[in-house]
Design a protein around this ligand. Structure first.
Ligand SMILES: [Mn+2]
Length: 310
């Protein structure tokens, strides 16, 4: 079904989600190489105009555009847990490739593997199952998503399959050192500055079990940090001994809030964010709240986390 759809299409748009990470963009880049080989016209689309420069090592990074082509006849979304993550509305056949537990199968065809640690692992399995040869560029792209979504092989979902996939991708030409350098070692001054502010202002709630970060627009304006740079702090918060969940709320430039939740698995982040129109994984999930009465939303979410702790 997927192969037929690709085969019968002429211009395919690969969609990375808004505020792209290595997983969504790595998956799309690997597919970019694959579709070029099939002599398809390909566009690499992302609704966000500013892309994290730490992803510039990915092979087709320069091809990313926020302009959706007029003559496209098929779309493939990567790592988008819901339709809205794509950031566009188009009436075209859609192949939905993802690993989020909350994925609601919004594609015309869906390849969802919730056991996969990254969407790139799902793409890798698709390539293997269909006898697609993985070249060096594809291997690096897929490996980048695997490294990032597994938090550099430290996430709880890491298993023998994760390492087997890593092994195969390195053999196919992925360079581990390059990925680590770009994804983990390089940090902007902005990210270090915002980190200092966020740690200083962090509040411990619910007997120290919840770390709460309130990111105001002024924090990002003062430091120049991006949302994804702020979120690195959130990951670190789970390292505190008493902390079982970490929540970050962002004041959104267009009003309302964006909320990210990380947990050690004691509470189900996807379920909680799902009650507020979002979704994700058990350990990581988020939502976007457009309404104005922001304070009440944060406290409702915190109350729900408290209930789950009991
Ligand atoms: Mn992912």
């Amino acid at each position: 079904m997927v192969l037929e759809l690709i085969d019968s299409s002429e211009h395919i748009v690969l969609i990375a989600h808004k505020n792209p990470d290595a997983d969504t963009l790595g998956s799309a880049c690997a597919f970019y190489s694959y579709l070029l080989r099939l002599r398809k016209k390909v566009t690499l689309f992302c609704a966000s105009s500013a892309i994290n420069p730490n992803l510039a090592f990915l092979p087709w990074y320069d091809k990313v555009t926020d302009r959706f082509p007029e003559d496209a006849d098929c779309m493939i979304s990567f790592d988008c847990g819901s339709h809205s993550r794509m950031g566009i509305e188009k009436k075209l056949p859609l192949i939905n490739i993802d690993h989020h537990i909350s994925n609601d199968l919004f594609g015309s065809v869906n390849i969802i593997d919730t056991a996969a640690i990254s969407t790139t692992e799902t793409v890798y399995d698709f390539f293997v199952a269909n006898g697609v040869k993985i070249n060096g560029k594809m291997a690096l792209s897929l490996y980048a998503g695997l490294v990032d979504d597994s938090r550099c092989f430290s996430a709880p979902g890491c298993n023998a399959k994760t390492f087997a996939t890593a092994h195969a991708l390195i053999e196919a030409g992925a360079d581990h050192a390059t990925c680590i350098e770009w994804l983990y070692r390089r940090r902007s001054l902005a990210s270090l500055r915002v980190r200092g502010i966020l740690w200083k202002e962090m509040r411990l709630l619910l007997d120290g079990r919840l770390a709460f970060f309130d990111v105001r627009l002024s924090h990002m304006e003062e430091t120049g940090a991006t949302i994804s740079e702020c979120k690195k702090v959130l990951e670190e918060a789970l390292g505190m001994r008493s902390v079982q969940a970490a929540m970050m709320q962002f004041e959104h430039p267009r009003g309302g809030l964006k909320i990210s939740l990380r947990t050690d698995g004691t509470v189900n982040a996807s379920k909680i964010m799902g009650s507020f129109g979002g979704g994700g994984h058990i350990h990581r999930a988020g939502t976007r709240i457009e309404e104005e009465n922001q304070e009440s939303f944060a406290s409702e979410i915190i109350m729900m986390i408290q209930k789950e702790f009991e």
